[in-house]
Write a protein that binds this ligand. Structure first.
Ligand code: HEC
Ligand code: HEC
Ligand code: HEC
Ligand code: HEC
Ligand code: HEC
Ligand code: HEC
Ligand code: HEC
Ligand code: HEC
Ligand code: HEC
Ligand code: HEC
Length: 445
């Protein structure tokens, strides 16, 4: 079945290529012809790149996990994967691999099979932990009588990322209050995000210094730019508008619509993060920019044709980080969670900070949670880096301000996702108490 589909897809592509190039409005719109060859819906994680079949498929149509590893090995390394392939090399573990080949991504994640796909593209039944860990209760009395599925769906464990759930970590953070004594998110450190100045001098420039060709000069733009950090630090119009490919055609090689590539020389880490997440993964995969029209998540209809580039959040001529952190997001995102943010006490804290009533770093915007600053103060422009499983947000975000018990309870409470963390969590994750009892019992022995 696979081979037949694949061969006809390849032949049709070859035949139709010329026609398609003329008939299709860029690669942005899904081609009805190639979607017809998708055997089923692609996962939430990959739907944006589904039209680029050979990003995953080999020329003969098969898939190996090499493609998965090429794109994901870095994320899994960062989350200190609990079950990497190398843990199964030991011959003692070979029996386990007969139950489930855990060295192959495709044992648990296949594509285009919506009827058996769970969150995070998982296509194994929920009780699969049990195949390998059925004896867990033998030396952990606390685990006796637990449901087969509860290992992975009760907010206690994940398969790959357990960085917020390790025993020693839990034990260090037991007994913390819901809100810590000095709740503050990391804030910007001095200028350290700049890779280099891309050959531009760092002398302050003024509107009269604008070096755009005459026909592109525009007083509104020049005045906005003149008070922006770019002019202040000597970055002229040509710093972004030079089209290196066209330098020969025109003396200056001016491009009217620079994209993220024009920023990379000075803002390498921001561009890198952007390309790894849902906002930038299409251009990273050689496709046109993402637009809200192509999204599966609910978006404002008016934003349908906005293209996702740096300028979706930053007006390049007068970047405003506070606008980027909330208003920009809401101009596109219109799901229940995003709409509810304005009812949350986090939003009140954010408004108080902007009004100068509280200290810098006490507010919580969309970007506080979704584009957190790391310990070096750099903004992570991959808003998927800490999104799922959501415990990834515990260390990177919530624990700057909240105790661990409160954080895990809030993240495990599905209702709070919908109301954007506007009310107190109702259930309690038992891991911290279990870890405390476990360490206490070991001390007694
Ligand atoms: C993000 C990676 C990815 C992309 C992009 C992708 N696929 Fe797949 N596809 C897979 C995986 C994984 C499987 C399952 C392979 C397996 O079971 O061994 C699969 C399976 C298939 C199958 C076989 C289904 C079956 O029931 O055996 C077909 C046909 C297929 N894909 C077609 C396509 C076409 C056509 C495109 C582009 C329009 C495409 N795929 C894009 C990852 C991808
Ligand atoms: C071209 C790069 C690329 C390839 C190839 C690729 N992925 Fe992905 N994958 C991404 C990006 C980008 C995302 C979306 C951002 C994110 O969730 O990190 C994603 C999302 C996911 C998610 C969902 C995460 C979530 O939050 O829902 C899983 C699981 C996943 N990929 C596994 C795989 C597996 C397994 C394969 C091999 C069949 C694979 N990926 C192939 C880039 C890739
Ligand atoms: C034994 C089953 C299993 C295998 C094998 C497996 N995964 Fe996963 N994967 C899961 C489960 C379950 C989740 C859901 C989150 C969790 O429990 O960690 C997940 C989530 C993910 C995610 C999104 C969440 C995150 O922590 O980043 C990515 C990306 C991912 N897997 C990639 C891979 C890749 C790449 C491989 C192959 C090297 C692979 N997985 C092999 C079960 C598996
Ligand atoms: C294919 C077999 C297999 C499956 C499926 C599996 N595990 Fe494991 N697990 C292992 C092996 C092997 C180890 C490593 C044990 C060792 O190092 O001695 C391990 C280790 C662990 C550890 C200890 C991690 C550490 O810090 O060393 C935990 C916790 C765990 N698994 C939980 C789970 C959960 C929860 C699931 C389901 C989401 C799961 N496992 C699914 C085989 C498996
Ligand atoms: C920090 C980089 C940067 C600098 C510096 C910069 N621009 Fe731009 N400019 C851009 C980007 C990016 C776009 C495309 C915006 C879009 O696609 O929405 C753009 C668009 C434009 C446009 C066309 C669209 C519009 O907004 O009307 C003009 C004209 C323009 N710039 C003129 C200038 C002039 C004149 C200067 C110097 C005074 C300048 N730019 C400095 C990045 C920059
Ligand atoms: C030639 C180098 C250079 C290029 C190219 C460049 N920038 Fe900048 N950018 C800077 C400098 C220098 C600063 C100011 C640093 C400071 O305030 O000390 C800055 C600051 C910023 C800021 C922070 C604004 C603030 O309020 O502090 C944003 C956002 C930004 N740039 C976005 C962009 C975007 C988007 C592009 C591409 C369209 C771009 N930059 C291209 C050098 C550059
Ligand atoms: C989804 C919206 C969004 C997109 C798209 C986006 N940014 Fe940002 N960016 C932000 C937010 C929000 C902040 C400030 C976060 C904060 O202050 O906590 C920021 C901060 C910055 C800063 C200042 C860094 C600092 O440490 O203060 C630079 C430079 C920057 N972005 C460049 C870029 C470039 C280049 C791109 C394109 C690759 C880009 N951004 C795309 C939202 C975005
Ligand atoms: C120009 C429109 C636009 C702007 C502005 C924008 N986004 Fe997005 N965002 C999107 C689109 C489109 C997607 C991909 C949705 C999909 O694939 O279904 C997305 C994806 C996301 C995701 C990943 C969702 C998932 O399920 O994997 C998060 C988180 C996110 N955006 C947060 C933000 C935040 C925070 C801001 C502001 C700092 C922001 N966005 C600004 C359009 C936008
Ligand atoms: C207190 C932290 C916090 C704030 C503030 C916040 N979010 Fe989220 N957001 C989360 C968490 C946690 C999730 C993941 C929930 C889950 O999957 O359980 C999430 C999920 C999302 C998703 C993915 C939704 C989906 O169904 O897949 C989008 C898009 C998003 N947020 C956008 C936004 C926007 C836009 C704002 C501001 C208007 C915002 N968020 C404010 C923590 C936050
Ligand atoms: C910058 C600090 C800060 C960060 C980061 C932060 N919060 Fe909060 N959060 C607060 C403060 C302070 C309050 C209490 C506000 C009040 O009651 O006026 C609060 C309130 C809450 C509430 C509502 C409690 C109630 O009873 O109404 C929830 C739920 C919550 N936070 C969850 C989270 C989660 C989950 C994260 C991480 C994704 C997070 N917060 C990140 C500071 C923060």
């Amino acid at each position: 079945m696979l081979k037949v589909l694949w061969t006809s897809w390849c032949c049709l592509t070859a035949l139709g290529a010329g026609y398609l190039c003329l008939a299709l409005p860029g690669d942005g719109a899904a081609s009805p012809m190639s979607t017809a060859f998708l055997p089923g819906e692609t996962t939430h994680g990959h739907h944006q790149i589904e039209m680029n079949c050979n990003i995953c498929h080999l020329p003969d149509g098969g898939v190996t996990d090499k493609s998965c590893i090429d794109c994901h090995s870095e994320d899994l390394k960062q989350s200190r994967d609990t079950h990497p392939a190398r843990k199964f090399v030991d011959p003692m573990k070979a029996v386990l691999l007969q139950k489930l080949d855990a060295q192959n991504c495709l044992s648990c994640h296949v594509e285009h099979q919506e009827e058996r796909t769970h969150a995070m593209g998982v296509t194994v039944p929920v009780d699969y932990c049990w195949h390998c860990h059925e004896n867990v209760a033998d030396d952990r009395p606390s685990h006796r009588g637990m449901a087969f599925s509860s290992c992975s769906n009760a907010g206690c464990h994940n398969y790959h990322d357990n960085t917020a759930l390790y025993e020693n970590f839990l034990s260090r953070h037991t007994g913390e209050p819901a809100i810590l004594a000095e709740p503050q998110r990391p804030i910007r450190k001095f200028q350290q995000w700049l890779a280099d100045s891309n050959g531009q001098s760092d002398k302050q420039l003024f509107a009269k210094d604008a070096d755009a060709p005459l026909e592109w000069k525009n007083p509104d733009i020049s005045e906005a730019w003149a008070v922006s950090p770019h002019a202040v630090k000597g970055v002229n119009c040509s710093g972004c508008h030079t089209d290196s490919a066209a330098v020969d055609a025109y003396a200056i090689g001016w491009t009217q619509t620079p994209n993220h590539e024009s920023c990379v020389a000075c803002h390498e880490s921001e561009v890198g993060g952007f390309l790894e997440g849902k906002h930038g993964m299409r251009p990273a995969g050689g496709l046109s920019k993402m637009t809200p029209e192509l999204a599966r998540l609910p978006m404002h209809a008016a934003a349908a044709h906005k293209s996702l580039d740096c300028s979706a959040c930053h007006d390049p001529h007068k970047p405003d980080l506070q606008f980027a952190a909330f208003e920009a997001c809401r101009s596109c995102h219109d799901d229940q969670h995003s709409r509810s943010y304005e009812q949350s006490s986090h939003f009140q804290l954010w408004k108080q900070e902007l009004a100068g009533e509280t200290t810098a770093g006490s507010g919580v915007s969309c970007a506080t949670c979704h584009m957190s600053r790391d310990s070096d103060g750099l903004v992570n422009h991959n808003q998927n880096a800490n999104l799922r499983p959501n415990e990834k947000m515990a260390r990177t975000v919530c624990m700057n301000c909240h105790g661990l018990q409160f954080t895990l309870d809030a993240l495990a409470d599905a209702d709070l996702k919908n109301n954007c963390y506007s009310t107190a969590p109702t259930a309690s994750v038992k891991s911290l108490q279990m870890v405390k009892d476990w360490f206490d019992s070991k001390k007694k022995k």
